[in-house]
Design a binder for this molecule. Structure first.
Ligand code: RAT
Ligand code: ZN
Length: 406
């Protein structure tokens, strides 16, 4: 009789068996979602869910303007429900929803057995409106297989700050992060001691898992500019003292088309040597880094091979399409083994966790499977135990190691 321990350590020498096991493990593995824009219910209007929020996601409004020739002002003057109706009609009724963001809506509707070919949104609205938010959060986390999510918290946002001061977040699955875009991108100028005081107070109040900023494509370091000053004089000393990792998301070009509002940002190829310089100068700080341009992905892998305080993460925003996720994940497996974080959802609306993780798991399983198949052809088979260990590391372990959580 084969015992379960023997089955676990049995070598998987057949490709069909191997593929089935990888899919099983990847689909069942709990994942820590290292960057989202989600909030728990205590954050009231910041906690977004339901079909109208899903359809007015900025990834979809940008696509809608390509097919519905409506003036921007007219669209923004409409109510959220009317905007959602227009997005649905344009992308799902008058056209076939082939884009990744549109397919995401289909995946969500399908999970809840809602009509994916409906002409109107009545049924979907009634379903989401009938949900109790905290039960619904449990249900969505469960379906998506998400063990926790990192929020994006702006310490300079007054509405958020009021909530933190009056008790903050009671759900331990929602981890906080301190996002400093307003400081890094010049909307707020203060002296170093005043920024440092603000950081120390926010760290105490929010207990963040990391400090973060998104940076433009032309970010340079060293550079003799205010970003270098902020990093050297305030942020990195604070990160060091508080033992916090620094997350940098690089390559965005904000407001390329301001008429599109939140959907109006673009991207640009950035200079990866800036990250190499930071990792070299601050060897005792851990960096989590993602680049928005496809052209930067290979360079990021090579930089990570040189600096073991650099953790590449995610296929960010415009990269979060199956073909590109597949390519980047394969490249990372080939250059970095399992020492990277394959994906984050960037979800802004709760139910996006469902599709973003379903779609990511498909590509990650496929890429991992190809790696094991190559290994098999080269002379070494893997066991179920090894597959489970590898997936655990990429889905939770690397992040936990980086932010010092067990
Ligand atoms: O992916 C997105 O939703 C973008 O709008 C941004 O939020 C980006 O992820 C960011 O965090 O700046
Ligand atoms: Zn984001």
């Amino acid at each position: 009789m084969v015992t379960s321990t023997e089955k676990f350590s049995e070598l998987l020498t057949g490709t069909a068996e191997l593929r089935a096991e990888v899919e099983l493990v990847v689909n069942a593995a709990p994942v820590m979602d290292v960057h989202t824009h989600l909030f728990p219910p205590e954050f009231k209007e910041l906690s977004l869910f339901g079909i109208d929020e899903l359809l007015t996601y900025h990834y979809l409004t940008a696509e809608t303007f390509r097919s519905a020739r409506i003036p921007y002002d007219r669209f923004w003057a409409m109510s959220k429900m009317d905007q959602a109706d227009l997005v649905w009609k344009t992308l799902f009724v008058d056209n076939t929803p082939t884009s990744e963001a549109a397919q995401g809506i289909i995946s969500v509707l399908d999970v809840f057995r809602l009509d994916t070919r409906a002409r109107e949104l009545n049924e979907a609205r009634a379903f989401f409106n009938s949900q109790n938010l905290s039960d619904h959060i449990d249900q969505v986390f469960d379906i998506a297989g998400v063990s926790g999510v990192v929020m994006t918290n702006d310490p300079l946002d007054e509405a958020e700050s009021r909530i933190w001061k009056s008790g903050g977040n009671g759900d331990r699955r929602f981890k906080s992060s301190l996002r400093l875009d307003r400081l890094f991108n010049g909307f707020e100028s203060r002296s170093a001691p005043s920024i440092r005081r603000m950081l120390d107070q926010s760290i105490q109040l929010l207990n963040p898992v990391y400090i973060a900023a998104s940076l433009p494509a032309d970010f340079q370091y060293p550079s003799n500019d205010s970003r270098e000053w902020l990093l050297d004089e305030v942020v990195l000393p604070a990160a060091k003292e508080h033992g916090l990792a620094l997350t940098l998301m690089i390559g965005v070009r904000r407001g390329v088309n301001p008429g599109l509002r939140e959907a109006g940002d673009g991207l640009g190829r950035a200079d990866v040597s800036a990250i190499e310089s930071l990792c070299e100068r601050y060897r005792d700080v851990k960096f989590l880094v993602t680049f928005l341009s496809r052209e930067n992905q290979h360079e990021l892998c090579v930089a990570a091979r040189k600096f073991n305080n650099l953790m590449p993460f995610g296929c960010w925003w415009f990269l979060n399409n199956p073909s590109i996720v597949s390519e980047i994940t394969r490249e990372r497996l080939e250059l970095l083994g399992q020492s990277f974080i394959p994906q984050h959802s960037d979800a802004r609306v709760l139910e996006q966790l469902i599709y973003k993780w379903k779609h990511a798991r498909r590509q990650i399983a496929d890429a991992l499977c190809s790696s094991y198949e190559q290994l098999l052809h080269n002379g070494r088979a893997v066991t179920r135990e090894e597959i489970a260990r590898d997936v655990r590391r990429m889905f939770e372990g690397n992040f936990n190691e980086w932010v010092g959580q067990s």
